[in-house]
Ligand binder design. Structure first.
Ligand code: ADP
Ligand code: MG
Length: 208
C-alpha cells in the first residue's frame, strides 16, 4: 500500500474513532466545558471523509490538507481552528514527500504541535490538547528509528498518558479555565481526542 492510501486509512480510522468516542468526548466536555467536543469532532471528521471522497488526494500532504479544511470549516469552537492548524502544518511539513519516512512523520507531528501552541498559546500543564500532543511528539522523536507504525504507537501511548495526566489539573486555557479549581478531577476533552486520534492512526498504519 502506498503512503497516500495509508494516510487515507489513518484518516478513516480517525473518523471512526471520533464516531465511537463521540458520546464520551461530549461527556468529558459537559463536565468542564459546554458539552460539544464529541459532536464537533465527529461532524468535522465526517466532513473530512466527504471532502476526500469528492476530490481524491494524490499525496499524503494533500490528504492532511483536505482534513484541515474540513475541520476548520466544520468543527467550530476552540478545537476547530486548533486541529485545523495542526493538520495544515503537518500537511505543509510533508509537502513534496511522496513516501514519508518515520523522521518525516515525526517532523510533521512536531510542526502540528508548534502550530497548536502558536495559535492557542497553551503550554504543557494548562489542561489542553497540548498535554497530549507534546509528549506524543517527544515519544515520536525517540522512536523514529523503529519505523512509522511503531513510532505512531509510541506517540499514541504517550498522548494517552498525557491525557490521563490532565485529570488533576486546573485549566489555564479554554472554557474549562472559567471553572477554576472545579475543573480538577476531570480529563481534558481535547487531550482525550488527541490521544484517540493518534491511537487510531497507529492502528491503521500497523494494519496496512
Ligand atoms: P469549545 O471549548 O469552544 O467548546 P471544544 O469543546 O470543541 O471547543 O474543544 C475544547 C478543547 O479545546 C479543550 O478540551 C482543549 O483541549 C482545547 N483547547 C481550548 N483552548 C485551547 C488552547 N488555547 N490551546 C490548546 N487547546 C485548547
Ligand atoms: Mg466545547
Amino acid at each position: 500500500m502506498g503512503a497516500t492510501e495509508k494516510t487515507l486509512e489513518a484518516v478513516r480510522a480517525m473518523a471512526a474513532a471520533m464516531e465511537e468516542r463521540r458520546v464520551e468526548l461530549t461527556q468529558l466536555d459537559a463536565a468542564i466545558g459546554d458539552g460539544d467536543h464529541g459532536t464537533n469532532m465527529h461532524r468535522g471528521f465526517r466532513a473530512a471523509l466527504e471532502r476526500l471522497q469528492a476530490s481524491p488526494p494524490g499525496t499524503p500532504s494533500e490528504v492532511l490538507k483536505a482534513v484541515s479544511m474540513a475541520l476548520v470549516s466544520r468543527v467550530g469552537g476552540a478545537a476547530g481552528p486548533l486541529y485545523g492548524t495542526a493538520f495544515l502544518r503537518a500537511s505543509s511539513a510533508l509537502s513534496g514527500r511522496e513516501e514519508p519516512s518515520a523522521a518525516d512523520v515525526a517532523a510533521a507531528l512536531e510542526a502540528a504541535l508548534a502550530g497548536v501552541k502558536q495559535r492557542g498559546r497553551a503550554e504543557v500543564g494548562d489542561k489542553t490538547m497540548v498535554d497530549a500532543l507534546e509528549p506524543a511528539v517527544r515519544a515520536a522523536r525517540q522512536a523514529e528509528g523503529k519505523g512509522v507504525a511503531a513510532m505512531l504507537r509510541a506517540a499514541a501511548e504517550a498522548a494517552g498518558e498525557g491525557a490521563e495526566a490532565t485529570v488533576p489539573l486546573t485549566a489555564r486555557k479554554g472554557r474549562a479555565s472559567y471553572l477554576g479549581a472545579r475543573a480538577a478531577g476531570h480529563k481534558d476533552p481535547g487531550a482525550a481526542s488527541t490521544a484517540y486520534l493518534l491511537a487510531a492512526a497507529a492502528r491503521a498504519v500497523e494494519g496496512s
